[in-house]
Design a protein. Structure first.
Length: 698
């Protein structure tokens, strides 16, 4: 089945593929009837999902065949949409981009993609970047600027590689600011299985989440103060001699400096900051250090969204190392990398990405390019509005709704309204598509073919599975196919010799010995792609860092003017850092928690999933609600210096007093209250988990 071809499935055919409705990549069987999805069931032989599917997959037919799907290219003419052909769309886009490039330079084109593109498979991301290289623009932006990048940087600076959690053998699991029973059900099941085998589970979270309710211990922490608790853990473990002395002496660099550094970070100091009693901090630190193997499981976008983004993950990595929990089953491990053919055309780039001069480690560590987007996304609105440090005049957006999902939505809207030319590839109408000049019909993951290998990054599972094209809806294209065809219209054929997307994928995975044909002939659940590496540093004799050891003290950070050891700083808005602002806005606002069965901002147009997610609500403690005369279900106004929203109150004692929590992705847009100002000095991540606001009953 060619990557660009229509599926040939017949009535009641069953196609085994990867579910695309979130990032977990569960194995599923898709039953077709009359050319449409009839039902989706679990693939029992899949090593990660093991035959289980969630409510999203159970409603896949309503998503793929939704009457509001964008099925054909459209162009805005005099304020109205007109259907056009793909040829006209591609010709129009190429014709508009050429003069913009000539007048303002190649980097004036911003290429933006969202999470659905990422979960299509890493090959799509690399391919988009190849197009940008050929065009000459380093202005590539993704959700990575507020998601995974700081975690990646922190891990590489410490271990020289990206470490993942090996949950299956863990005896002690600290789930930090994470609710996998809602956001990553496969991980939630792993935790439950570990508990059944005797593992202790501790949840650190200001909310009593579904995961917290199943844990052995739940500790409520003031939002944004995770770094202080991590430093207090280090203080207890080091001062009480609970660290792995043999590993520290042989394999770490800078432990003597850390020992002095954490001397003042006592549990009593942390209690005042975190609101967690000092005695409990001591007990937790001792528990973590004494029950082995142990691991700290955090999501990709919680403790990163703070001014301590990199330092928080540096602290977690260092704790894993000094307690002897790195490189062992049940601790943190490294997987063998996926080998791919070179796809980038870096030699064609003459310009540096946006923010590279301010946040060089966001772009690369020791010359190693990182992540999906090249530039710091938080700087995009100012680049559009003020033309600084260079003007952005056009944008191509794939499967992303920046007007809803980026922080400081009012400013983002103002910026996007100023663009000279905007193309959006999407499945449904969004706030962002309404501003576009050209709208393109995007394919779901059921309508494209690829090799899915995201398991390595997310779950520590060295595995690959063929994502089969199940069906064709309208004239919907994958992002890879669009960029392949646009490259030809732009005159880049020399750099894009492939006839279709299958050829691209086969080329990219050739070094790993994989191809679409080989995967199609193999087991339907996929096959191993690499292996777990236990104590790999011992056989090799070194870590991939400048010192060849675990870098507790980072000379790299020191040379760039950053703290070489993990530090803590208050959120930019807090009772401590901005007491005057706190008097005006006396409630702490935390945002971004996931609510199943929706995902991100997706699936809210499916009635059953939207209703199950209970809609947009502000979680609030009964004592706080009573103080403001607010009852459960009442409409309340939440406002701060950036904006205000109206939202229903969900009153329960599942959250700290004085704190409210609001999920994102609803029409009651919490990102009207969040700030896009870079907070983390190393990567420029914004602070979205600890803000200030005030509330009142409507």
């Amino acid at each position: 089945m060619a990557g660009d071809a229509v599926a040939t499935a017949q009535n009641d055919d069953v196609v085994t593929t990867v579910c695309p409705m979130c990032h977990q990549g569960c194995g599923v069987n898709v039953t077709l009837k009359d050319g449409r999805i009839d039902k989706v069931t679990g693939l029992k032989s899949h090593p990660n999902s093991k035959g289980v599917v969630c409510a999203r997959a159970g409603n896949a037919d309503k998503w793929v065949h939704h009457p509001d799907r964008i099925k054909y290219p459209m162009k805005k003419v005099n304020g109205s949409w007109e259907r056009i052909s793909w040829d006209e769309a591609l010709d129009t886009i190429a014709a508009r981009l050429r003069p913009i490039k000539e007048q303002f330079g190649a980097k004036s084109l911003a290429v933006i993609f969202g999470y659905p593109v990422l979960v299509e498979g890493t090959s799509t991301i690399s391919f988009i970047r190849r197009f940008c290289d050929a065009f000459g623009t380093p202005s590539v932006f993704s959700v990575d600027a507020m998601c995974w990048r700081s975690r990646l940087v922190g891990s590489i600076l410490t271990f020289g590689n990206y470490a993942v959690q090996d949950l299956d053998e863990s005896k002690c699991i600290f789930v930090w600011a994470h609710n996998p029973h809602q956001s990553e059900q496969t991980v939630g099941r792993q935790i439950l299985e570990a508990q059944k085998k005797g593992a202790k589970v501790v949840v650190i979270d200001p909310r009593r989440t579904q995961t917290a309710k199943k844990a052995d211990i739940h500790v409520m922490i003031r939002p944004g103060t995770d770094g202080a608790l991590l430093l207090a853990f280090m203080h207890v473990i080091i001062t009480e001699g609970l660290y792995d002395k043999a590993f520290v002496e042989k394999w770490t660099y800078g432990f003597d400096k850390l020992k002095l550094h954490v001397d003042s970070f006592t549990p009593e100091w942390a209690e005042k900051i975190t609101w967690i009693p000092a005695n409990q901090i001591k007990d937790l630190a001792r528990m973590y250090a004494s029950i082995k193997p142990a691991t700290i499981l955090s999501p990709h976008n919680a403790i990163e969204e703070s001014g301590n983004a990199v330092q928080n993950h540096r602290a977690i990595s260092i704790l894993q190392a000094i307690t002897g929990n790195f490189g062992v089953p049940g601790g943190d491990i490294v997987l063998s990398g996926v080998r791919r053919s070179p796809i980038r055309l870096e030699e064609m780039l003459n310009e540096k990405p946006l923010g590279c001069d301010i946040y060089p480690l966001f772009h690369s560590v020791w010359g190693r390019l990182l992540g999906e987007g090249e530039g710091q996304t938080m700087l995009v609105p100012d680049a559009i509005l003020a033309g600084e440090p260079y003007p952005i005049k056009a944008a191509i957006v794939s499967s992303s709704n920046p007007l809803l999902s980026w922080p400081n939505s009012a400013k983002v809207r103002q910026a996007f309204e100023k663009l000279d030319f905007l193309v959006v590839m999407e499945m449904f109408e969004t706030d962002t598509t309404r501003l576009a000049d050209i709208v393109l019909p995007g394919a779901t993951g059921f309508e494209r073919q690829d090799i899915f290998d995201f398991y390595n990054v997310l779950f520590g599972l060295p595995w690959a599975m063929l994502r089969k094209k199940v069906l064709q809806v309208g004239e919907c294209w994958s992002a890879m196919k669009f960029y392949l065809e646009l490259a030809k219209r732009m005159g880049f054929e020399e750099y894009f010799p492939w006839k279709n997307t299958d050829e691209v994928i086969d080329y990219m995975f050739e070094p790993s010995g994989l191809s679409i044909g080989k995967m199609a002939e193999g087991p339907p659940e996929g096959m191993p792609l690499g292996k777990k590496k236990y104590k790999d540093h011992e056989g090799r004799g070194y870590f991939y860092t400048p010192s060849k050891k675990v870098e507790i003290y980072s000379e790299t950070l020191a040379e760039l003017g950053h703290d070489p050891l993990p530090t803590y700083k208050e959120p930019p808005e807090s009772p401590i850092s901005t007491p005057e602002l706190f008097r005006e806005y006396p409630i702490i606002l935390t945002t971004g928690a996931r609510a199943a069965p929706v995902h991100g901002s997706a699936y809210r147009n499916i009635d059953k999933l939207r209703n199950a997610a209970k809609g947009a609500v502000a979680e609030i403690h009964p004592d706080t609600a009573a103080e403001y005369g607010i009852g459960d279900g009442d409409m309340m106004v939440v406002e701060n210096k950036r904006g205000k929203i109206e939202i229903a109150a969900a009153v329960a004692d599942d959250i700290l007093p004085g704190v409210i929590a609001i999920t994102h992705g609803w029409s009651a847009n919490v990102n009207l209250l969040t700030d896009n100002s870079p907070a983390d000095p190393i990567t420029g991540f914004p602070s979205m988990r600890a803000l200030l606001c005030r509330i009142r009953k409507k």
